[in-house]
Design a protein. Sequence first.
Length: 150
Amino acid sequence: MPAVSAGVLLYRRTPALEVLLVHPGGPFFARKDAGAWSIPKGELEPGEDPEARARIEFAEETGTALPGDVPLRPLGEIKQKGGKVVHAFAAEGDLDADAIVSNTFELQWPPRSGRTQTFPEVDRAAWFGLDEARQRINPAQAGLLDRLTP
């Protein structure tokens, strides 16, 4: 059964529309840029509410919780190349992308070294206009940008 995740596509108007994307941390993505960025998201447990998980993951990956009164607008689901299904929600808001603080994960690195290292789940975040966001975002998630704008 494929993994299922939920996440939030945060946007703001400055006056142009911009979206917040995050770059995955760790050694596998250290040298990747185009196509590697994503919405903040994380895996759902069976029976878990996707909107609740999306809010939790946003807070864990950015260090900033969305206020409970900020409505989330469903953007539907997308299926990524590896089969993962992502439930996405849009929220209007703002945050300082340079000040994010992500949760961490442990990984044996280098492989077969016996050494475990800690890496941030997200190593950076940035605001992008829609054209640049299309170049940076995971290709399967690009459709979310289309769904964001009427």
